[in-house]
Design a protein around this ligand. Structure first.
Ligand code: GLC
Length: 577
């Protein structure tokens, strides 16, 4: 009898809780699946090689689908997998409907997508349409003659008009964005590398081609698009002279040209509104207004953007001030509290490893500071983007010689520094810390050769710490970064307060602690993160009976409202239900 009573009491409790969660969820306005998503970013070249050529591939991802599922993430964004001569690791596309040979073929893609969908994981495709490869058929046609029908697919400046007005290129060894092409005695524009000519978005035919490509992938079942370098797509084709030094802030000077909104509305109408897909813009202009103009729902353009201001903090070899970091994240949160939606991330394929930049990658603090940073990403408002390898606390590789680098930005940047007579030691020191190759080394799966990434020679060396920092070892350790990551992901998925809750910063000037509350309806949680290698004490509004939701240490040192945090400790309390 007792058992039956207990059973029914438990049942009522569970039903009561479920009812509570349901009530809470019903009261949230503006819900969307892409807001509730947790994105895992895969750099396919470095994730898992299945055929021993040293380069990751789609079959490798298929082998690891169960691992991805085990993380608890519900979305995957993959860097470009289209056919490409690889001048910029796939960001130079020669066929937007083909799969890069190194990565496999369309049959592999279909199986991978199916495997993700079967596991309830959505898939986001990288769309690189500010530029194509110079080996794309459009460009081959375009450069062949001045009256070719594809001529206006790109930007050309006839040489008889003299030199074109200076435009800065991010990857050019001379920094020049116009490249002379003798075939038709004209210059073409490339904001990135010479092999990445800019597409002419002012040409309606180009835009139609892009929408057709997006529809092709949407029909295949992809769930989202990441628009690469999109803020540069539209251009002022009168090519006005720009003020001296404009190259220090190209986004302000030639990003976000007014027509961009016309094109995005068109894209929304033609593609985004027709499928259950979302789109995120890489970059958000240079002001909050710019960012709002991209993502506010009533504008019917994109659903999400990511800004770079957070990434700009911490780019100095001297480190960064926590108060500055907090200020950046707080002001972006406030600006989007009522309208619009952003992403939240600390790393991707264009920046160093999160723990080496914002945490502490020494052996004493690597694991604990990785966990703390993951706690930050997964308890803030905005859709979290978690970069492959950060779940196990992978670190910068820190190359010393330029011959070790594979990234075109590093190699051409070095050329430029040399030509300009810059201090090469300083350039190399900066590269060692900030280079994009730091974040692109192969995924560390186990303790076997090359961390189990490949049976061949990896395209980029594996970090030497792979014997301790790897999935197999961390899998077995209940206190590992990996298992902590799974817990914090689950915590976010179980508590809408982390997705939709209002954010409120505490202790703004504190240089060690980042503390904030998130509140949704009756519920309030408190997040306290020690960003330093020293202990820190704080008096916090813990309420009467705070429930500890997660802790990256086994113990908690607290009396009433005073909490003593150990180095890089991360604590999350439920302070009101
Ligand atoms: C974006 C990508 C970067 C690439 C560049 C050019 O910034 O994230 O990796 O090099 O666009 O496509």
């Amino acid at each position: 009898m007792k058992k039956i009573v207990l059973f029914f009491s438990l049942l009522l409790l569970i039903l009561g809780c479920a009812e509570n969660v349901k009530k809470k969820e019903d009261s949230i306005t503006g819900r969307a699946w892409w807001k509730e998503g947790i994105i895992y970013q895969i750099y396919p070249r470095s994730f898992k090689d299945s055929d021993g050529d040293g380069i990751g591939d789609l079959e490798g991802v298929i082998e690891k689908l169960d691992y991805i599922e085990s993380l608890g993430v519900n979305m995957v964004w993959m860097n470009p997998i289209y056919s490409s001569p690889n001048a910029d690791n796939g960001y130079d596309i020669s066929d937007y409907r083909g799969i890069m040979e190194d990565f496999g073929d369309m049959e592999d893609f279909d199986r991978m997508l199916k495997g993700l969908h079967e596991r309830g994981i959505k898939f986001v495709m990288d769309v690189v349409v500010n530029h194509s490869s110079d080996e794309h058929e459009w460009f081959k046609q375009s450069r062949s003659s001045r009256d070719n029908p594809y001529r206006d697919y790109y930007h050309w400046w006839p040489a008889e008009k003299g030199k074109p007005p200076y435009r800065y290129s991010l990857f050019d060894p001379k920094g020049e964005a116009w490249k002379y092409d003798s075939l038709t005695d004209a210059y073409y524009l490339h904001y990135f590398a010479q092999k990445q000519p800019d597409l002419n978005w002012e040409n309606p035919k180009v835009r139609q081609e892009v929408y057709d490509i997006m529809k092709f992938w949407a029909e295949k079942g992809v769930d989202g698009f990441r628009l690469d370098a999109f803020q540069y797509a539209s251009k002022d084709t009168t090519w006005p002279e720009l003020p001296e030094g404009f190259e220090k802030n190209v986004i302000k000077h030639y990003g976000m040209q007014p027509n961009i909104h016309k094109y995005l509305k068109e894209m929304n109408e033609e593609v985004l509104s027709k499928y259950n897909v979302f789109a995120v813009s890489e970059g958000a202009g240079s002001t909050f207004e710019d960012a709002h103009s991209l993502v506010d729902a009533d504008r019917k353009e994109l659903q999400m953007a990511y800004h770079f201001e957070g990434m700009d903090v911490g780019n100095s070899l001297e480190g960064y001030k926590l108060s500055e970091f907090k200020e950046v994240y707080t002001k972006w949160d406030s600006a989007f509290a009522k309208k619009g939606w952003l992403s939240i991330f600390l790393a991707n394929h264009d920046v160093p490893r999160m723990v080496s930049k914002f945490g502490n990658d020494s052996s004493a603090f690597r694991a604990v500071s990785s966990k703390m940073l993951n706690t930050f990403i997964l308890t803030m408002r905005g859709t979290p983007y978690c970069y492959y390898g950060d779940e196990i606390g992978m670190t910068n590789i820190g190359f010393d010689s330029i011959s070790q680098y594979r990234d075109i930005a590093a190699i051409n940047g070095y050329e430029k520094a040399k030509t300009q007579g810059a201090d090469l030691d300083a350039y190399m020191a900066e590269l060692k810390f900030l280079s994009r190759d730091n974040g692109r080394t192969p995924m560390q799966w186990d303790t076997t050769a090359h961390a189990g990434f490949t049976t061949g020679d990896p395209w980029l060396p594996v970090n030497k710490n792979y014997k301790t920092v790897n999935v197999a070892v961390e899998q077995k350790d209940p206190n590992s970064c990996l298992n902590y990551f799974r817990k914090i992901v689950q915590l976010r998925r179980d508590n809408p307060v982390f997705v939709y809750g209002e954010y409120n910063l505490l202790l703004p000037g504190h240089e060690q602690l980042y503390a904030y509350t998130r509140s949704l309806g009756e519920q309030q949680v408190l997040v306290v993160l020690n960003f330093s290698e020293k202990p820190a004490t704080a008096i916090l509004p813990l309420g009467d009976s705070p429930e500890l939701m997660i802790n990256n240490y086994p113990e908690l040192d607290r009396s009433a409202s005073t909490v003593l945090l150990k180095p890089y400790q991360a604590l999350v309390f439920n302070i009101r239900d």
